[in-house]
Write a protein that binds this ligand. Structure first.
Ligand SMILES: [Zn+2]
Ligand SMILES: [Zn+2]
Length: 218
C-alpha cells in the first residue's frame, strides 16, 4: 500500500506557468489569484508569450558568449519563436507594439546599445538556471528533514519513502555574470515591458525577485 501526501507548495517568481508568483502576490493578490488559475486576459497572455520569446533569444545570445555570431543566432531564434504567433496580432490594434516587426526592431536596438558585455564577463554555462530550493525543513509527510536519513524514507513510520520539502522556492535565473570591476558574481534578469515608465522602474525597488534569486544563487 502506498501512502499519498500533499504536493509541495511552490513559491515562484518566474511567472509564466508558475503556480504562484510571489511578485504578483506582493503587488496585487487578486491578480495573482487570477494568474494562478490561468485567468489572465488574452492581452496578458500574448505579452507574456512575447516576453518568453525574448528571454529565449537572450539566452541564446548569452550561451553563445555574446559574440556577433551569437547575436545573429539570437535574432534568428527570436524570429523562429515569435514570427509565427505574432502573425495573429492586428498591427493597427491595441497590441501593435507586440508585432514581430516592432519587437524585432526593439531587440536589434537593444543589441546595438546593450552594455552587459562591456561591463561583465558572460559565463555561457550559467545561463537559464532552473532551481528549486526547500524553504522549510518539513517534508510533505509532516515530519522534518532529520527524520529522513540520506533523504530516504521517513523514520516516523508514516509511509513516506523519500524526503520532499513541503514548501519550495522555485525560479529560473536568466544568467550569472562576473562583474569585471570587482570580480564578483551578479544575477542578471531581463525585463520586458511595453513602455519604460517611472512606475515601471520604481516597482522593482520593493520586488523580492532579485533578492530571492541572489539568495538562491548563493
Ligand atoms: Zn517524509
Ligand atoms: Zn514522515
Amino acid at each position: 500500500m502506498t501512502t499519498t501526501f500533499p504536493a509541495p507548495i511552490v513559491l515562484s517568481n518566474s511567472g509564466g506557468t508558475a503556480p504562484a508568483s510571489l511578485t504578483a502576490l506582493a503587488t496585487c493578490d487578486t491578480r495573482a489569484w487570477l494568474a494562478a488559475g490561468n485567468w489572465s486576459t488574452e492581452e496578458e497572455k500574448i505579452a507574456a508569450d512575447c516576453g518568453t520569446a525574448t528571454h529565449t533569444a537572450l539566452a541564446a545570445f548569452l550561451r553563445g558568449n555574446a559574440t556577433p555570431q551569437a547575436r545573429q543566432e539570437a535574432e534568428a531564434v527570436f524570429e523562429a519563436v515569435w514570427r509565427g504567433p505574432a502573425e495573429a496580432i492586428d498591427p493597427e490594434g491595441p497590441l501593435a507594439r507586440l508585432t514581430y516587426e516592432n519587437t524585432a526592431t526593439i531587440l536589434r536596438s537593444w543589441f546595438d546599445r546593450q552594455s552587459l558585455t562591456s561591463l561583465t564577463k558572460i559565463n555561457p554555462d550559467l545561463v537559464e538556471i532552473k532551481f528549486t530550493l526547500p524553504l522549510i525543513d518539513d517534508c510533505v509527510c509532516g515530519h522534518s528533514w532529520n527524520h529522513h536519513p540520506d533523504d530516504g524514507h521517513c523514520t516516523r513510520d508514516c509511509g513516506c519513502l523519500a524526503y520532499q520539502a513541503a514548501v519550495v522556492f522555485a525560479g529560473r535565473l536568466d544568467a550569472i555574470v562576473t562583474n569585471m570591476a570587482d570580480g564578483a558574481l551578479y544575477v542578471v534578469d531581463h525585463k520586458t515591458t511595453g513602455s519604460v515608465t517611472d512606475w515601471w522602474l520604481k516597482k522593482f525597488r520593493l520586488d523580492a525577485q532579485l533578492t530571492g534569486y541572489t539568495w538562491a544563487a548563493a
